[in-house]
Each structure stands twice: as C-alpha cells, then as structure tokens.
Design a protein around this ligand. Structure first.
Ligand code: HAM
Length: 424
C-alpha cells in the first residue's frame, strides 16, 4: 500500500494546532457577539454560478469546481460572501435591517501553496447588510481592530481605499466595463504602464497619473487632495468624500489608519465602495480584508440591498501570532482525570465524573482499567491539572482523594466541596 499524505495545499492540524485554531475561532465568535452579529452556517458546496458571480477571474480560475452526480455544476466555497448574499435575498429577505451575519469555517482556493497560502484555509466572516451609511463601513474596520487587539496581535496596520474613486472617473469617461477591469487590476498591482496603455484619452491618463502620485503621511491631507483632484467627476468626488467621512469615524473612535491607497482595488469584482486590508510588518500577505459591495445582492434577488463586510484569514493571523510569539489567552478550564481504585467503585466514580462535567470542568475517566501507578503516569503525560482518586474508605465518608499534579499535593475532599476546591 502507498503511504497516504494530505493532498497538496491541504493540512492535518494535530492537537495543539487544532487547539490554537479553535482558540482563535472562539475569539472570532466573541467578537461577533460583541458587535451583535448572529451566527449562521452555510454549505461548503455551493452552486458554481453563485460563487463565481462577480468574484474575480483569479478566484474563478482557482475554484474547486465539479459536476455532482445530478449533473449540477458545483464548487467548494472560495469565500462566504456569496452564500450570505444568497441567504439575505431568500430566507432572510424579510428580516429586519440591518442584518448582521457571522460565519466561520473552511474555504477552498487552488492557490499556489506557500507560507500563509493554502488551498484549504479558515475564515471568520462578518457581513452587515441593509445600510449604506459610513458608520456601517467604519464598523467593519473597528470590528477587525477589536478582534486583532483582543487576540494580542501587535503592530498590525490598515490599508484603506475606495474603489469608487477610480471607477467614478472611468465611468464618467465612458470607459467600457472590460477595460475598467483591466485598468483596475493593473493599478492594484502597481503596474501603471500596463494600466495606462489601455487608456486612449490623454486627460484621463493624466488624472489617473496624478492620483497615483498623491503621497504623504497624513491620511486626511491625502484624501482631501484626492477629493480636490477629482472635483469635476461627480461619482469619484462623492467616493473621496465618503472615504473621508469613514476615516473620520474610525480614527475618532481610536483606531489608527496607516495608509490610504488611492488605486487599491483588492481583486474582487463586487466591491463598489470603501475597501481595506490589514497586515503586520513581519508578513507581506494580508491577514484580512473587506469592503462595501452595494450591487451584489440585486444580482441574486432583484432587490437592491447595500452591504459591507470583512473576512479574516485565521491561518495567517495564527502565523502572525506565532511569529510575534503572542500566546492567545485561553479560557482556563482545569483538566481532571478520575480513577476508580477498584472495579466495584466504577459506578460511583463515573457518577462523580458526570457531576464534574456538569459543573463545566473537562474530565477524563480512566477507561483502560490500569493500576494506580500506571494511571497516574498517564495523567502526568497528558498534563492533567488534578486527579480524583475514588477509593473505598474515602467514598464511605462521601469523600475522594484530590491530587494536584502540578504542586504534588494530595488532600481528602468531601464530594460536596470537590468542584469548589478544584476551581479555587
Ligand atoms: P479575500 O481578501 O479574498 O476576501 O480573503 C480574506 C482573507 O482570507 C485574506 O485577507 C487572507 O487573510 C485570507 N486568505 C485568502 N487566500 C488565502 C490562502 N490561499 N491561504 C490562507 N489565507 C488566505 C474575501 O474573501 C471577501 N469575501 C471578504 C469580504 C467579506 N468582503 C466583503 N465581505
């Protein structure tokens, strides 16, 4: 038989790795609760048509797509946004607005595997639907800041832009949709010559060139300059002013924004407004990103619902935490091992075990029938905090022996005081 390994780009996450991922997921869930997002679970397999609509060629070409046995063209979800948009245009159509939805799980893209880039990776995803106000945009950045701050990540920084600035100029100059896509793509990759070679109009070329050249340290000076530069382009000017308003809300609330990227477009076709990414200096890849997409939902349901959202790349955040040597705070729950001293004490010991579990402790019962010495050896190896030893004489007095493995101490404790003694 050949030796089987995970498929390229896929990973097994063993004990500590799964524990760490779950810890980060717990923080993501707590963040959702803090901002009052309701959690929903959607299928990993979605219709190809749904997940490819308005994503990008990059994502469309890298989807795990196939025909199912019923001849439906399906794909493993490459992100959550399309699934959430599907929910909001169908079963949640009548839900009171705004709708705040949170999801967490694995997503799939046939990316070239390297550090921080996998084919199966985890995202925590937040979508806020029904508001076109800048406070909704601001909430996505603030939520990301809150999540990373509570995880203990250091020195992360935000890059913010607005797709409506370049798009507004191109729309007013009647540049066709296909050329717009190419121009945005090359400008995003800082391939300006490539981008400008697609534009015939010299005035248009020069305004885009001027936009690229706006630089400086003060984000408000830069954005005011952008607004002034595009003052004759109604849609672009509104976009620049909208960006200024969002930045004002975010920075006044205590979340610093480090850089404004006038020509940043994030590579997803559905964005229509503010877009952002978050990074750390130690890694050149983004840890999360999002933005406003006001036209996607009407594509699915005919109803127009403004929306803004963000997805955090949990594997990359995990990597950044490791590089920075940050230990994510765990909800400290004691681990207990229960050993019945004799065969005939099993039922009583198992009853105690269940009671401990009902009190919220993590409890393992000795199921191998080992003698005390071997069982204790195992408990030490598994780094248990306490061992509860259910012996005949103690049980007769409604007590057990409680051994603290870290302190090497053993005391006799009345059953009624056991939980309290462990938790003290
Ligand atoms: P995205 O920028 O495509 O946005 O992905 C979000 C995050 O997923 C990235 O910032 C990155 O941390 C992580 N990520 C992407 N590709 C990989 C990979 N191959 N391996 C590991 N991590 C990866 C979205 O997915 C949008 N749905 C965000 C959004 C929500 N916009 C509006 N609502």
């Amino acid at each position: 038989m050949p030796e089987f390994n995970p498929v390229r780009g896929m990973r097994d996450l063993l004990f500590d790795e799964t524990k760490q991922l779950n810890l980060i997921i717990r923080h993501a869930r707590e963040t959702a609760k803090s901002y009052n997002f309701g959690e929903v679970t959607t299928p990993i397999v979605e219709s190809y048509e749904l997940v490819s609509a308005k994503s990008s060629d990059e994502i469309r070409n890298r989807m795990f797509s196939f025909q199912d046995l019923g001849n439906r063209m399906v794909a493993l979800r490459p992100e959550f946004t399309a699934s959430i948009a599907r929910l909001v245009t169908t079963v949640l159509k009548k839900a009171p607005r705004p709708i705040r939805l949170f999801s967490v799980g694995s997503v799939y893209r046939y990316d070239e595997p390297q550090r921080g880039r996998y084919r199966e990776f985890w995202q925590s995803n937040y979508e806020l639907m029904g508001s076109n106000k800048p406070e909704a945009d601001a909430e996505m950045i603030l939520l990301t800041n809150y999540f990373l701050k509570t995880l203990g990540l250091q020195n992360y920084f935000f890059k913010v832009g607005h797709i409506g600035i370049v798009k507004g100029i191109l729309n007013q100059e009647r540049v066709d949709e296909k050329t717009q896509k190419e121009v945005l793509h090359h400008m995003d990759k800082k391939e300006y010559d490539e981008a400008f070679s697609r534009i015939k109009n010299d005035d248009l070329k020069s305004i885009l060139q001027n936009l690229v050249e706006i630089k400086g340290d003060d984000i408000f000076v830069i954005t005011e300059e952008m607004s002034l530069l595009v003052k004759d382009y109604g849609e672009a000017k509104n976009a620049a002013d909208n960006l200024i308003e969002i930045l004002r809300l975010v920075t006044k609330t205590g979340c610093p924004i480090d850089s404004i990227q006038p020509t940043f477009s994030r590579g997803l076709e559905y964005y229509t407004g503010m877009i952002f990414e978050v990074q750390v200096p130690e890694l050149e890849i983004s840890l999360g990103g999002g933005g406003r997409y006001d036209r996607l939902l009407e594509l699915f349901g005919g109803i127009s619902i403004p929306a803004v959202g963000v997805a955090h790349g949990l594997d990359r955040i995990n990597l950044a935490l490791q590089i920075q040597d940050v230990k994510v705070k765990d909800q400290k729950t004691k681990k207990i091992f229960v050993i019945p001293v004799d065969e005939d004490l099993k039922i009583k010991a198992l009853t105690i075990t269940e009671e401990l579990r009902n009190s919220g402790l993590f409890v393992e019962f000795e199921v191998m029938g080992r003698k005390m010495g071997k069982a204790l050896e195992y408990a030490n190896k598994r780094k248990m905090d306490y061992v509860v030893i259910a012996g005949k004489s103690e049980l007769k007095e409604d007590s057990v022996a409680l051994r603290n493995l870290l302190k090497h101490e053993q005391v006799t404790v009345k059953l009624e005081n056991l939980v309290k003694k462990i938790q003290d």
